[in-house]
Design a protein around this ligand. Structure first.
Ligand code: SAM
Length: 167
C-alpha cells in the first residue's frame, strides 16, 4: 500500500529547516468522511460526498457574499504529511518525480487546494463537494473560484500590462 509516511525506492528526503508555519492562522476545520489516507480520494470530485467546512470565530462574518458563488477555492493545511521529500515515487515503481511537478500532499509547505461546489450554508458551516482531505484538516483560506470572480476594485495600470511576445 502507498501514501503513508514510508520512503519508497529511489525517493530522496532532505533534512528540512525546523518548520515554522509562516504565521498562518487556521480559520476553520474541514469535516470529511475520510480518516485514512489510504481511503481518501487523491483529488476531490464534484459528485463526491458532501463535506462540511466549519469556520471559527472571529472569521464567520467573512462569509458574507460567498453564497453568490457556485464554486469556491479552498486552501487547507495537509497537517499529517511529511515535508522532507524532494523526489517522490507516487506509483512505488522506483520512477521518481520532483515534488514541484506533483500535487502530492508531501511538500515543504503542505498546502492543498481544491475547487469545491457550494451546496449550502448553515450558519458558520459551508456544505461542499469536491474535497480530498482527511477529517479534521485545518482550513487556511476560502476564495471564489477565479473563473467566476470579476475584480470589484477599480482597474489599475498593471491590469493592462503585457510582456514581449515569446521567441
Ligand atoms: N487537491 C489537493 C491539491 O491538489 O493540492 C490535495 C491533493 S493530495 C494528492 C490529496 C491526498 O492528500 C489524499 O488522497 C490523502 O492521501 C492526503 N491527505 C489528505 N488530507 C491530508 C492531511 N490532513 N494530512 C496529510 N495528508 C492528507
Amino acid at each position: 500500500m502507498v501514501r503513508e509516511n514510508e520512503i519508497r525506492e529511489n525517493e530522496v528526503a532532505v533534512t528540512p529547516p525546523e518548520p515554522v508555519d509562516a504565521g498562518l492562522t487556521f480559520i476553520g476545520r474541514i469535516r470529511t468522511p475520510w480518516n485514512s489516507r489510504l481511503l481518501c480520494p487523491r483529488q476531490g470530485r464534484h459528485d463526491g460526498p458532501q463535506c462540511r467546512i466549519e469556520i471559527f470565530a472571529p472569521w464567520v462574518p467573512a462569509l458574507a457574499g460567498v453564497e453568490a458563488f457556485e464554486r469556491l477555492e479552498v486552501l487547507y493545511w495537509l497537517d499529517r504529511s511529511r515535508r522532507d521529500l524532494v523526489l517522490q515515487s507516487p506509483a512505488s515503481s522506483g520512477k521518481v518525480h520532483g515534488t514541484f511537478s506533483l500535487r502530492s500532499p508531501v511538500r515543504p509547505n503542505p498546502i492543498g487546494t481544491s475547487i469545491v461546489v457550494l451546496d449550502g450554508i448553515e450558519g458558520n458551516v459551508l456544505l461542499v463537494r469536491g474535497l480530498d482531505c482527511l477529517d479534521g484538516t485545518p482550513l487556511l483560506d476560502l476564495k471564489p473560484d477565479r473563473s467566476l470572480f470579476k475584480p470589484i476594485a477599480p482597474p489599475q495600470p498593471g491590469d493592462f500590462e503585457t510582456g514581449e511576445p515569446k521567441g
